[in-house]
Design a protein around this ligand. Structure first.
Ligand SMILES: Cc1cc2nc3c(=O)[nH]c(=O)nc-3n(C[C@H](O)[C@H](O)[C@H](O)COP(=O)(O)OP(=O)(O)OC[C@H]3O[C@@H](n4cnc5c(N)ncnc54)[C@H](O)[C@@H]3O)c2cc1C
Ligand code: SF4
Length: 500
């Protein structure tokens, strides 16, 4: 066993880990060592090919196909230098006031979240997309939304030199998307933070971490680790967990630390999502331009958000309900397809949670509540109206039976699309906004950490990622993850007497 020491160890290098690494980097000049351990690989620019099968395996946990315990939902999360920020789309929204007030985290006000988010909006170059990168898929969404009586808003995006290749979720081949892999991690490394990839934290003990560093598997992408393959034991004064809403609770649970708060792993929310398509009579530009430029926010009123999206053939095929001739008819219509991503705003409940199996691997238990099914139904009805309002001749609506609606069905949308057609396992549901499992709050009775991300009863151990969310955010989460990680970093600097 190799032995190492570091003053601060950060586990994970995504939205949370990358942010904390950059904020703590000035400590290095003051003589402290800051180490980031990331289980996934670090790819060089030329390795981002945009090819679906290659990049899914290189950048996602389980190639993007991680399934919940009962097999009814796929969870997508990144695994590598930059975590999920390498594969996110980069839509950059600030948390709504009503959500932060509902969280009731002591001392955390909405104004603070806005202020901290603004810092990363500037640092990661958030702006509205220029007109020339808006494609038909996005324009038709705006037209259809207007016709259906909804207001479509434009997404701010964090890009620099976007070329509209529409491959954001496969890792940008043009280095345009400003994730932590492009901004915070390189900045931290320039100041002396050490980032070690292919380094999986296997277990935590009191101020000690067990790490397994792996070799590059045959045929895999990415650089070898800067540490020799093998087992390591690292002594650390401060440990910050930023392994994501699946990775952080799983690591805490498999470590078996005495007196772990009973809420650990509980209250996972995911924004369950459906991918819907509308078929137009003639080809539209859909897979060039930026894929996600507009959204309709009905979270407060009806519990859903609709976003433009455009997925690649494999993901699209997987997400279309049905088989055989009808399925292949839609896939053959790919150049004529308009796409909408439907997100349901789920609520944190104890039974939706992360546990670990005997080998310590994460297992996610998730039940679709009647409220979530209702939100998906409402969202599917709204999307059908938008598709037809934009001129689509046919709509794929998985909550209808059969799941294809013709233009002639326009007046019967509410009858045809109904909760009763939601059959878990038959309708393809996926999720990429994974939140909760190590919630912030007052004490052990209502949460896992305090409002500065310190684990109750273990001030040396902190959390700085999406697992801190006490409930779903009801919008895209990365900017809020960064804002909370920024707050956690302030807490660490304060405890070390180094607060600016
Ligand atoms: C396809 C996709 C699209 C998205 N699009 C958007 C978007 O447009 N806008 C938005 O706001 N949000 C988006 N999100 C969500 C956003 O990316 C996440 O909310 C955010 O990145 C979460 O940050 P995090 O730090 O909690 O986890 P992550 O960014 O997932 O980082 C966790 C890291 O920890 C590492 N790790 C886990 N376990 C260990 C271990 N034991 N040892 C070492 N390392 C470990 C993982 O490999 C990973 O790199 C998207 C997500 C996906 C998957
Ligand atoms: S659309 Fe822009 S950000 Fe997305 S992959 Fe293409 S160049 Fe990168």
């Amino acid at each position: 066993m190799n032995r190492r020491r570091a003053d601060v160890v950060i586990v994970g290098s995504g939205a949370g880990g990358g942010t904390v690494a950059a904020r703590l980097a000035p400590l290095v000049a003051a003589g402290k060592s800051v180490l980031v351990l990331e289980q996934g690989p670090r790819l060089d620019d030329h390795e981002f090919t945009g090819k679906e099968a290659e990049m899914a395996n290189a950048l996602y946990a389980d190639g993007g196909g991680f399934l919940t315990a009962d097999g009814t939902m796929t969870l997508a999360f990144g695994r590598g230098y930059g975590g999920s920020t390498v594969v996110y789309t980069g839509t950059s929204l600030v948390a709504p006031r009503r959500v932060i007030e509902h969280w009731k985290v002591p001392g955390l006000g909405h104004d603070e979240v806005v202020r901290r988010s603004a810092k990363y909006q500037a640092e990661n170059n958030v702006a509205l997309l220029p007109e020339n990168l808006l494609n038909d898929n996005n324009r038709l969404f705006v037209t259809g939304a207007r016709a259906a009586g909804f207001t479509a808003e434009q997404f701010p995006l964090n890009l620099r030199g976007c070329r509209g290749s529409s491959l954001c979720n496969l890792g940008c081949p043009n280095a345009a998307k400003q994730g932590t892999n492009r901004v915070q991690l390189p900045a931290a490394e320039r100041l002396g933070v050490e980032v070690v990839t292919r380094a999986e934290v296997v277990r935590l003990e009191e101020r000690q971490i067990q790490v397994l560093v792996s070799d590059v598997p045959p045929g895999a992408r990415g650089r070898p680790s800067s540490w020799a393959p093998g087992e390591y034991l690292i002594d650390a004064d401060t440990v910050i967990l930023a392994a994501g809403a699946i990775g952080t609770p799983a690591l805490l649970l498999r470590s078996g630390l005495a007196g772990l708060p009973s809420g650990t792993g509980r209250g996972l929310t995911v924004h369950p999502a459906l991918i819907l398509v509308g078929e137009h009579p003639t080809p539209i530009s859909n897979d060039v331009g930026h894929p996600k430029s507009f959204f309709v926010d009905r979270a407060a009123e009806e519990g859903f958000v609709l976003e433009t999206c455009m997925y690649f053939p494999f993901v699209t095929a997987k997400n279309l309900t049905g088989f055989g001739p009808e399925h292949s008819l839609l896939m053959r219509a790919f150049p004529r397809l308009q796409m909408i991503l439907v997100l349901a705003c789920d609520k944190a409940i104890g039974e939706n949670r992360v546990t670990v199996d005997r080998q310590g691997r994460p297992v996610v238990h998730y039940r679709f509540t009647p409220e979530v099914v209702r939100s998906l139904t409402r969202a599917t009805r709204a999307s059908a109206r938008i598709f037809f309002g934009a001129g689509a001749v046919r709509v794929h609506a998985p909550l209808a039976d059969p799941p294809l609606l013709d233009r002639a069905d326009r007046d019967r949308i509410d009858q045809l699309i109904d909760d009763r057609h939601f059959r878990p396992g038959r309708v393809s549901v996926s999720a990429a906004h994974l939140m909760g499992g190590a919630a912030m709050g007052h004490d052990e009775t209502d949460s896992v950490t305090d409002s500065w991300g310190r684990l109750h009863g273990r001030p040396w151990l902190r959390v700085a990622d999406a697992s801190l969310f006490p409930d779903s955010l009801e919008i895209n989460p990365y900017l809020t993850v960064m804002a909370l990680a920024d707050r956690v970093a302030d807490g660490v600097l304060g405890d070390l007497g180094a607060i600016p």
